[in-house]
Design a protein around this ligand. Sequence first.
Ligand SMILES: NC(=O)C1=CN([C@@H]2O[C@H](COP(=O)(O)OP(=O)(O)OC[C@H]3O[C@@H](n4cnc5c(N)ncnc54)[C@H](O)[C@@H]3O)[C@@H](O)[C@H]2O)C=CC1
Ligand SMILES: O=C(CO)COP(=O)(O)O
Length: 335
Amino acid sequence: MGAIRTVGVVGGGAWGTALALTAARAGREVRLWARDTETVSNIRSRKQNQRYLPGITFDEDLNATSSLREIADADAILLVTPAQTTRALLAALKETGTVRGPVVLCAKGIEQTSGKLLSRILSEELPGVEPGVLSGPSFADDVARGLPTAVTVAANSAKTALSLCEALQSTCFRPYASIDVLGAQIGGALKNVLAIACGAVVGRKLGASAQAALTARGFAELTRLGTAMGAQGETLTGLSGLGDLVLTCSSTQSRNFSFGLRLGEGFMASELISAGGKLAEGAYSARVAVKLAQKHDIEVPICETVAQMIDADLSIDDALNTLMARPLKAETESL
Ligand SMILES: NC(=O)C1=CN([C@@H]2O[C@H](COP(=O)(O)OP(=O)(O)OC[C@H]3O[C@@H](n4cnc5c(N)ncnc54)[C@H](O)[C@@H]3O)[C@@H](O)[C@H]2O)C=CC1
Ligand SMILES: O=C(CO)COP(=O)(O)O
């Protein structure tokens, strides 16, 4: 592929807007598609996305539109809507008939109904279009404000990965190239589930030691399942794996951590979900992660506990008792 001059961004939420700003700061011509017309006019007329990035005004021109046709033929497309909407949006992009790709998957999740990673959905909906993945420790608010951030950008070929990195690099945004498309997706999807567990520990005031233990044992689950699914070890210990796990398991800025925090304070998952509120992708990925682990014969007790808190309103105290009463086992396989 040649140099990337135009970037189309699908999704006018917090992360879509932050990545559109990133591409604009890197010197690309950006077109941003948002479903909701109020967001489009807010970005166009006031250079703000008040609904998803309150308090931030930018200088960059994002050419916001509510017509997918106007962005589908860009040199590269960043797909930045919630994971469960990926298939429908790829189908809508296909209908335009003009997608040339690559399509960079920026959501962090797994399709609930099929257990498929988003790159698999791309290959089914837009066969022949090159997949990319952008993932790593990066809060939309930090990125939109121009705070320094580093992420993993993966593609099947080093050439495409490097072209995408060049298209997004700026003084405040540093992408690292990878050819582990699968591995780069797994960390982002699983860390959201594990962040819910860490949030619950903090919400229940169980102490910093418990939070650190849960993060480390969570990383053991992420590594076991990721490796079984075919991820490279270096990807799992890199920005999109360990890096994002550490960020999300330790900050109230994370929506997944905050969702867990409320669970720890005594709210039931069903109450939080029916109240709507901010997106917590881990609530959608927990059960499907457990199913994937079962398929690969891998134990993921923390993910399983989070899934039970979400599906069956398991209380934080029952969750803790279940985890602490597990039979003793070796920390590593080499005992
Ligand atoms: N916010 C962040 O800091 C980061 C978010 N992400 C990931 O990016 C993805 C999107 O997250 P955010 O932008 O933060 O969420 P958000 O809640 O801020 O925005 C979601 C956007 O998707 C749109 N949307 C929802 N359903 C849709 C549908 N059916 N069709 C079309 N558009 C639809 C909404 O209108 C909104 O513009 C998630 O998978 C998240 O895990 C990844 C890295 C950082
Ligand atoms: O993925 C993120 C940071 O890397 C954002 O996390 P939350 O979706 O939990 O806010």
